[in-house]
Design a protein around this ligand. Structure first.
Ligand SMILES: *Cc1c(COP(=O)(O)O)cnc(C)c1O
Length: 316
Protein backbone atom coordinates (compact mmCIF):
# COMPACT_ATOMS: atom_id res chain seq x y z
CA UNK A 1 0.00 0.00 0.00
CA UNK A 2 2.68 2.58 0.81
CA UNK A 3 6.22 1.71 -0.23
CA UNK A 4 9.52 3.47 -0.74
CA UNK A 5 8.64 4.28 -4.35
CA UNK A 6 5.45 6.11 -3.24
CA UNK A 7 7.51 8.20 -0.83
CA UNK A 8 10.09 9.02 -3.51
CA UNK A 9 7.26 10.06 -5.83
CA UNK A 10 5.75 12.18 -3.05
CA UNK A 11 9.08 13.90 -2.65
CA UNK A 12 9.08 14.99 -6.30
CA UNK A 13 5.45 16.05 -6.09
CA UNK A 14 5.93 18.32 -3.04
CA UNK A 15 9.44 19.61 -3.76
CA UNK A 16 8.44 22.99 -5.17
CA UNK A 17 6.16 23.80 -2.22
CA UNK A 18 7.91 22.61 0.94
CA UNK A 19 11.22 23.51 2.57
CA UNK A 20 13.90 20.88 3.00
CA UNK A 21 14.29 21.64 6.71
CA UNK A 22 17.69 21.61 8.44
CA UNK A 23 18.90 19.07 10.97
CA UNK A 24 20.00 21.24 13.92
CA UNK A 25 22.37 20.27 16.71
CA UNK A 26 22.63 21.82 20.17
CA UNK A 27 25.64 21.09 22.36
CA UNK A 28 23.67 22.08 25.45
CA UNK A 29 20.96 19.60 24.58
CA UNK A 30 23.56 16.89 23.93
CA UNK A 31 25.14 17.53 27.32
CA UNK A 32 21.82 17.53 29.15
CA UNK A 33 20.62 14.33 27.48
CA UNK A 34 24.04 12.63 27.39
CA UNK A 35 23.59 11.58 23.76
CA UNK A 36 24.03 13.17 20.33
CA UNK A 37 20.75 14.65 19.26
CA UNK A 38 19.90 16.01 15.84
CA UNK A 39 16.73 18.03 15.50
CA UNK A 40 14.71 17.71 12.29
CA UNK A 41 13.34 21.24 12.16
CA UNK A 42 9.80 20.84 10.88
CA UNK A 43 8.80 23.70 13.19
CA UNK A 44 10.47 25.85 10.49
CA UNK A 45 8.44 24.15 7.74
CA UNK A 46 5.87 25.99 5.59
CA UNK A 47 2.69 26.49 7.65
CA UNK A 48 4.70 25.61 10.77
CA UNK A 49 4.46 21.82 10.72
CA UNK A 50 5.27 18.68 8.69
CA UNK A 51 1.53 18.34 7.88
CA UNK A 52 2.09 20.37 4.70
CA UNK A 53 4.03 17.43 3.21
CA UNK A 54 1.14 14.98 3.23
CA UNK A 55 -1.38 17.71 2.44
CA UNK A 56 0.45 18.81 -0.72
CA UNK A 57 0.83 15.22 -1.92
CA UNK A 58 -2.84 14.35 -1.29
CA UNK A 59 -4.37 17.61 -2.56
CA UNK A 60 -2.29 17.61 -5.75
CA UNK A 61 -3.36 14.05 -6.48
CA UNK A 62 -7.02 14.92 -5.86
CA UNK A 63 -6.77 17.92 -8.21
CA UNK A 64 -5.08 15.81 -10.90
CA UNK A 65 -8.04 13.44 -10.63
CA UNK A 66 -10.43 16.33 -11.22
CA UNK A 67 -11.42 17.55 -7.75
CA UNK A 68 -13.01 21.00 -7.90
CA UNK A 69 -12.84 21.67 -4.16
CA UNK A 70 -11.21 20.31 -1.03
CA UNK A 71 -12.49 19.79 2.51
CA UNK A 72 -10.85 18.79 5.79
CA UNK A 73 -12.03 18.48 9.37
CA UNK A 74 -9.24 19.89 11.53
CA UNK A 75 -8.72 23.18 13.32
CA UNK A 76 -5.08 22.35 13.81
CA UNK A 77 -2.01 21.93 11.64
CA UNK A 78 -3.69 19.68 9.08
CA UNK A 79 -6.46 22.21 8.47
CA UNK A 80 -3.91 24.99 7.99
CA UNK A 81 -1.81 22.88 5.64
CA UNK A 82 -4.80 21.89 3.48
CA UNK A 83 -6.02 25.51 3.33
CA UNK A 84 -2.57 26.67 2.28
CA UNK A 85 -2.01 24.23 -0.57
CA UNK A 86 -5.59 24.53 -1.87
CA UNK A 87 -5.18 28.32 -1.93
CA UNK A 88 -1.88 28.02 -3.72
CA UNK A 89 -3.41 25.74 -6.36
CA UNK A 90 -6.39 28.05 -6.71
CA UNK A 91 -8.95 25.49 -5.45
CA UNK A 92 -11.59 26.42 -2.83
CA UNK A 93 -11.15 24.69 0.54
CA UNK A 94 -13.65 24.40 3.40
CA UNK A 95 -12.16 23.46 6.75
CA UNK A 96 -14.72 22.18 9.27
CA UNK A 97 -13.75 23.09 12.84
CA UNK A 98 -15.40 22.62 16.25
CA UNK A 99 -17.74 25.33 17.60
CA UNK A 100 -15.16 26.14 20.28
CA UNK A 101 -12.17 26.25 17.90
CA UNK A 102 -9.25 28.38 18.97
CA UNK A 103 -9.51 31.84 17.34
CA UNK A 104 -5.82 32.02 16.46
CA UNK A 105 -6.08 28.75 14.55
CA UNK A 106 -9.21 29.82 12.70
CA UNK A 107 -7.49 33.09 11.78
CA UNK A 108 -4.52 31.14 10.38
CA UNK A 109 -6.80 28.97 8.21
CA UNK A 110 -8.55 32.07 6.90
CA UNK A 111 -5.28 33.86 6.26
CA UNK A 112 -4.26 30.96 3.99
CA UNK A 113 -7.50 31.47 2.05
CA UNK A 114 -9.52 28.60 3.56
CA UNK A 115 -13.21 28.98 4.36
CA UNK A 116 -14.08 27.93 7.92
CA UNK A 117 -17.29 26.13 8.85
CA UNK A 118 -18.16 25.45 12.49
CA UNK A 119 -19.76 22.11 13.33
CA UNK A 120 -20.28 20.31 16.65
CA UNK A 121 -17.61 19.50 19.20
CA UNK A 122 -16.17 16.13 18.20
CA UNK A 123 -14.54 14.65 15.12
CA UNK A 124 -17.57 12.33 14.91
CA UNK A 125 -19.59 15.49 14.12
CA UNK A 126 -17.04 17.14 11.85
CA UNK A 127 -15.85 14.33 9.60
CA UNK A 128 -19.28 13.43 8.16
CA UNK A 129 -19.96 17.14 7.59
CA UNK A 130 -16.65 17.60 5.75
CA UNK A 131 -17.33 14.48 3.64
CA UNK A 132 -20.84 15.69 2.77
CA UNK A 133 -19.58 19.15 1.78
CA UNK A 134 -17.04 17.48 -0.50
CA UNK A 135 -19.74 15.34 -2.11
CA UNK A 136 -21.97 18.34 -2.75
CA UNK A 137 -19.20 20.38 -4.42
CA UNK A 138 -17.34 17.94 -6.70
CA UNK A 139 -14.76 17.90 -3.97
CA UNK A 140 -12.48 15.55 -2.11
CA UNK A 141 -12.24 15.13 1.66
CA UNK A 142 -8.62 14.92 2.84
CA UNK A 143 -8.14 12.99 6.11
CA UNK A 144 -5.29 13.96 8.50
CA UNK A 145 -3.36 10.68 8.61
CA UNK A 146 -5.19 7.58 7.42
CA UNK A 147 -4.60 7.97 3.69
CA UNK A 148 -1.83 6.52 1.47
CA UNK A 149 -0.89 9.89 -0.06
CA UNK A 150 -0.73 11.53 3.36
CA UNK A 151 1.46 8.74 4.75
CA UNK A 152 3.75 8.89 1.68
CA UNK A 153 4.07 12.68 2.01
CA UNK A 154 4.99 12.49 5.71
CA UNK A 155 7.50 9.74 4.86
CA UNK A 156 9.63 12.30 3.02
CA UNK A 157 10.80 13.46 6.48
CA UNK A 158 12.42 10.03 6.81
CA UNK A 159 14.17 10.23 3.43
CA UNK A 160 15.62 13.63 4.31
CA UNK A 161 16.91 12.44 7.69
CA UNK A 162 18.68 9.46 6.06
CA UNK A 163 20.40 11.81 3.62
CA UNK A 164 21.31 14.43 6.21
CA UNK A 165 22.57 11.90 8.78
CA UNK A 166 23.45 8.63 7.02
CA UNK A 167 24.74 6.99 10.22
CA UNK A 168 21.68 7.79 12.34
CA UNK A 169 20.98 5.07 14.94
CA UNK A 170 17.53 6.06 16.14
CA UNK A 171 14.68 8.32 15.00
CA UNK A 172 12.25 9.60 17.65
CA UNK A 173 8.81 10.64 16.38
CA UNK A 174 5.71 12.01 18.14
CA UNK A 175 2.59 9.91 17.45
CA UNK A 176 -1.00 11.10 17.03
CA UNK A 177 -2.91 9.10 14.44
CA UNK A 178 0.38 7.66 13.22
CA UNK A 179 0.67 9.18 9.74
CA UNK A 180 4.06 10.74 10.39
CA UNK A 181 5.66 7.71 12.01
CA UNK A 182 4.24 5.20 9.52
CA UNK A 183 5.61 7.25 6.62
CA UNK A 184 9.00 7.45 8.32
CA UNK A 185 8.93 3.71 9.04
CA UNK A 186 8.24 2.92 5.39
CA UNK A 187 11.01 5.29 4.25
CA UNK A 188 13.56 3.97 6.71
CA UNK A 189 12.92 0.26 7.13
CA UNK A 190 12.90 -0.46 3.39
CA UNK A 191 16.27 1.17 2.81
CA UNK A 192 18.12 0.85 6.14
CA UNK A 193 16.49 -1.72 8.33
CA UNK A 194 19.04 -1.33 11.16
CA UNK A 195 17.85 2.22 11.97
CA UNK A 196 15.44 2.09 14.93
CA UNK A 197 12.29 4.18 15.01
CA UNK A 198 10.54 4.92 18.32
CA UNK A 199 7.21 6.70 18.81
CA UNK A 200 6.30 9.07 21.64
CA UNK A 201 2.85 9.61 23.16
CA UNK A 202 1.63 11.55 26.18
CA UNK A 203 0.60 9.24 29.03
CA UNK A 204 -2.96 10.53 28.81
CA UNK A 205 -3.21 9.84 25.07
CA UNK A 206 -1.57 6.43 24.95
CA UNK A 207 -3.92 4.84 22.40
CA UNK A 208 -1.14 3.58 20.13
CA UNK A 209 0.82 2.15 23.07
CA UNK A 210 -2.30 0.29 24.27
CA UNK A 211 -3.18 -0.85 20.74
CA UNK A 212 0.29 -2.30 20.14
CA UNK A 213 0.12 -4.07 23.48
CA UNK A 214 -3.34 -5.50 22.74
CA UNK A 215 -2.48 -6.40 19.13
CA UNK A 216 -5.54 -4.54 17.86
CA UNK A 217 -6.80 -0.97 17.58
CA UNK A 218 -7.84 0.37 20.99
CA UNK A 219 -9.37 3.78 21.66
CA UNK A 220 -8.84 6.15 24.57
CA UNK A 221 -11.26 8.99 25.16
CA UNK A 222 -10.92 12.63 26.07
CA UNK A 223 -7.15 13.18 26.31
CA UNK A 224 -6.55 16.70 27.58
CA UNK A 225 -2.79 16.65 26.98
CA UNK A 226 -1.17 20.00 26.21
CA UNK A 227 0.26 18.18 23.19
CA UNK A 228 -2.87 18.86 21.15
CA UNK A 229 -1.51 17.20 18.00
CA UNK A 230 -1.21 13.90 19.89
CA UNK A 231 -4.72 13.73 21.37
CA UNK A 232 -6.08 11.45 18.64
CA UNK A 233 -8.29 8.79 20.21
CA UNK A 234 -7.00 5.82 18.19
CA UNK A 235 -4.45 4.81 15.54
CA UNK A 236 -5.68 4.56 11.94
CA UNK A 237 -6.78 1.49 9.98
CA UNK A 238 -3.91 2.05 7.53
CA UNK A 239 -1.30 3.36 9.93
CA UNK A 240 -1.70 0.77 12.69
CA UNK A 241 -0.64 -2.32 10.67
CA UNK A 242 2.49 -0.42 9.52
CA UNK A 243 3.35 0.36 13.13
CA UNK A 244 2.61 -3.17 14.28
CA UNK A 245 5.01 -4.61 11.73
CA UNK A 246 7.86 -2.09 11.95
CA UNK A 247 7.97 0.08 15.07
CA UNK A 248 10.74 -0.44 17.64
CA UNK A 249 8.71 0.79 20.59
CA UNK A 250 6.60 3.55 22.11
CA UNK A 251 7.75 5.79 24.94
CA UNK A 252 5.23 7.60 27.16
CA UNK A 253 5.90 11.06 28.61
CA UNK A 254 4.06 13.02 31.30
CA UNK A 255 2.61 16.52 31.00
CA UNK A 256 5.32 17.79 33.35
CA UNK A 257 8.05 16.27 31.18
CA UNK A 258 6.56 17.91 28.08
CA UNK A 259 6.46 21.31 29.84
CA UNK A 260 10.02 20.93 31.03
CA UNK A 261 11.13 20.11 27.47
CA UNK A 262 9.33 23.23 26.18
CA UNK A 263 11.08 25.41 28.77
CA UNK A 264 14.49 23.87 28.28
CA UNK A 265 14.17 24.18 24.55
CA UNK A 266 13.16 27.84 24.52
CA UNK A 267 15.77 28.81 27.07
CA UNK A 268 18.69 26.87 25.64
CA UNK A 269 18.10 26.66 21.90
CA UNK A 270 15.97 29.82 21.38
CA UNK A 271 13.67 27.78 19.18
CA UNK A 272 9.91 27.83 19.66
CA UNK A 273 8.32 24.42 19.25
CA UNK A 274 4.79 23.30 20.08
CA UNK A 275 4.03 20.78 22.85
CA UNK A 276 3.53 17.87 20.42
CA UNK A 277 7.13 18.33 19.25
CA UNK A 278 8.31 18.88 22.83
CA UNK A 279 6.96 15.41 23.69
CA UNK A 280 9.63 13.89 21.42
CA UNK A 281 12.31 16.11 22.99
CA UNK A 282 11.10 14.99 26.43
CA UNK A 283 11.61 11.35 25.46
CA UNK A 284 15.34 11.94 24.94
CA UNK A 285 15.84 14.48 27.74
CA UNK A 286 14.45 11.98 30.26
CA UNK A 287 16.62 9.21 28.82
CA UNK A 288 13.52 7.15 28.00
CA UNK A 289 14.57 6.97 24.33
CA UNK A 290 18.06 6.16 23.07
CA UNK A 291 21.35 5.11 24.57
CA UNK A 292 24.41 7.24 25.40
CA UNK A 293 26.70 7.68 22.36
CA UNK A 294 23.93 7.00 19.88
CA UNK A 295 23.11 9.41 17.09
CA UNK A 296 19.49 10.27 17.53
CA UNK A 297 17.26 12.27 15.20
CA UNK A 298 14.28 13.85 16.95
CA UNK A 299 11.45 15.07 14.74
CA UNK A 300 10.41 18.57 15.83
CA UNK A 301 7.02 18.11 14.25
CA UNK A 302 5.70 21.67 14.54
CA UNK A 303 6.00 25.13 16.02
CA UNK A 304 2.41 26.38 16.09
CA UNK A 305 1.47 27.51 19.56
CA UNK A 306 -0.57 30.55 20.51
CA UNK A 307 0.44 32.77 23.38
CA UNK A 308 -2.17 31.62 25.96
CA UNK A 309 -1.13 27.98 25.38
CA UNK A 310 2.52 28.96 25.62
CA UNK A 311 1.81 30.65 28.94
CA UNK A 312 0.50 27.37 30.40
CA UNK A 313 3.83 25.73 29.52
CA UNK A 314 5.97 28.29 31.34
CA UNK A 315 6.82 28.40 35.06
CA UNK A 316 4.74 30.80 37.18
C1 LIG B 1 -0.34 15.97 13.53
C2 LIG B 1 0.81 16.23 14.40
C3 LIG B 1 1.51 15.18 15.04
C4 LIG B 1 1.07 13.74 14.95
O1 LIG B 1 1.10 13.25 13.64
P1 LIG B 1 0.28 11.94 13.24
O2 LIG B 1 0.54 11.76 11.79
O3 LIG B 1 -1.17 12.22 13.53
O4 LIG B 1 0.79 10.84 14.09
C5 LIG B 1 2.63 15.51 15.79
N1 LIG B 1 3.04 16.79 15.92
C6 LIG B 1 2.41 17.81 15.32
C7 LIG B 1 2.93 19.19 15.53
C8 LIG B 1 1.28 17.57 14.54
O5 LIG B 1 0.65 18.60 13.94
Amino acid sequence: MVNLRDIENARKEIKDVIHQTPLLESELLNAQADRRIFLKAEHLQKTGSFKIRGAVNAVKQAVQKGAKSITAASSGNHGQAVAYIAGRLGIPAVIVVPEDANRAKVAAIEAYGGKVEYCGFTSADRIPRAKKLAEENDGVYIPPYDHPYIIAGQGTVGLEILEQLPDVDLIVVPVGGGGLISGILMAVKESKSNVRVIGVEPESGNDTFLSLEAGKIMAVSGSQSIADGLRTSQPGELTFPILQKNIDGIVLVTEEEIKFAMQFFIERTKQLIEPSAAAAVAAVLTGKAGEPNEKIAVVLSGGNIDLPALRTCLPD
